[in-house]
Design a binder for this molecule. Structure first.
Ligand code: FEO
Length: 394
């Protein structure tokens, strides 16, 4: 994206990465991503807020050149992960007068990850301000959105919150601002599910913390800028709340078709009971879409055959991921076919210590599902229905 002035003397100088396919080599990026960097020109000093992934450093330098920037006094590092910090060493070499402004923890991470000498840092505290002349930066520590050192920066005069990963989305567009709110909320949910969901408790506290600021604009370090910040704050509050929806997510796979027959039967049985069902064949599933489904769903049912005495490794992989993202799921169960025995249910339960859900009796069948098996699947659907009714979500 070319340089854009987002507010008087505040510029978007970041980079689009249209064709990036994976983040952290796990998460699919159907719409690419952006590394947002912002230049804040005060009447006396100039600050750069975050840099870009080193893959796109030339875009940042071209943007600064376009603005005829010949001096940067401060590089504010809100988060040490390299998609925002990786170009700091190059910025410091091109603007030797610049100091890196960050918190103590982030300083430590940056020195672990990058060649930044200690005398280049100015360490700030939570709530401290930095005067740029006619603009004032206030630093707001927001740990665990995404790492423990992550912080936001509030420009008092313009009422902009630079939020780094917080409220971000992996989305590239031609406009630095949100133009299709519904689409961006969906993208932000995907981002939340993959990156933020494990830290729900911390996010709740950080939402309370930023509530005292009069915020007219949220400028994250991924995805477009929110000119109506109340919408994204509201959906975040919902995502981190205890509220769940009348939905059952079914990650499954099948080797010879028996488990698939069970899944198909359960899907229909749940739909008949007015429950929303989201089945994912994990062999080809978009992990991001699955994570999104886990944000709100009341129930998760794993569908797996027994292989090598346990769940199929493809389901083990997904159960490990589900445990890592810590969804607020209330009920969990397992269905599947086996040949002669095994410990599928115990192994799956053992993979989910972070999922604080009630376990509903599994339905396992030897070989191909029979009438008795389908009856048990109906009972499972009834049980899920009654559990959802107890939660008043149906
Ligand atoms: Fe966008 Fe946690 O880095």
């Amino acid at each position: 994206m070319a340089v854009k002035e987002i507010k008087k003397d505040i510029y978007y100088v970041g980079a689009l990465h249209w064709d990036r396919e994976l983040f952290d080599e796990i998460v699919p990026l159907p719409d690419g991503t952006t590394y947002n960097s912002y230049l804040v020109k005060g009447s006396e000093k100039t600050a750069l807020i975050d840099t870009v992934d080193p893959d796109k450093e030339q875009v940042l330098f071209n943007n600064l050149k376009q603005l005829n920037v010949d001096r940067i006094d401060y590089v504010v590092s809100q988060h040490a992960e390299q998609d925002h910090s990786g170009t700091i060493p190059k910025v410091l070499s091109m603007f030797p007068e610049a100091k890196v402004v960050t918190n103590q923890k982030c300083k430590g991470f940056l020195m672990d990850l990058l060649p930044v000498p200690e005398d280049k840092f100015i360490v700030i505290d939570d709530g401290e301000t930095l005067n740029l002349g006619d603009k004032t930066l206030e630093f707001v520590f927001t740990p665990w959105v995404h790492w423990p050192e992550t912080m936001c920066t509030y420009v008092k005069e313009d009422k902009i919150l630079f939020s780094c990963d917080f409220f971000g989305s992996h989305f590239t567009g031609s406009n630095p601002f949100v133009t299709d709110e519904e689409k961006i909320i969906e993208e932000a949910k995907r981002y939340y599910a993959e990156i933020m969901m494990p830290f729900q408790v911390f996010i709740r506290k950080n939402l309370d913390k930023i509530a005292k600021f009069d915020i007219k604009m949220i400028a994250p370090s991924h995805g477009p800028i929110y000119e109506k910040p109340e919408t994204i704050i509201k959906v975040y509050r919902d995502w981190v709340s205890d509220n769940v929806t009348n939905e059952v997510v079914i990650p499954y796979m099948s080797m010879h078709g028996s488990t698939e027959k069970m899944v198909n039967y359960l899907v229909d049985a749940l739909i008949d009971r007015n429950i929303v069902v989201k089945p994912f064949n994990v062999i080809n599933a978009d992990v991001g879409a699955l994570a999104m489904a886990l944000v709100d769903a009341a129930t998760v049912v794993f569908g797996t055959p027994t292989v090598l005495t346990g769940p199929h490794p493809a389901i083990v992989n997904i159960a490990y991921f589900a445990n890592a993202v810590r969804p607020k799921t209330k009920f969990v169960s397992v269905i599947g076919s086996y040949g002669w025995g095994g410990k599928t249910v115990d192994i799956l339960k053992g993979l989910l210590p972070n999922v604080k859900a009630e376990f509903i009796d599994p339905v396992l069948v030897k070989g191909d599902p029979d009438e008795e098996c389908y009856k048990k699947l109906d009972e499972l659907a009834n049980k899920i229905l009654s559990k959802h009714k107890e939660l008043n979500i149906i």
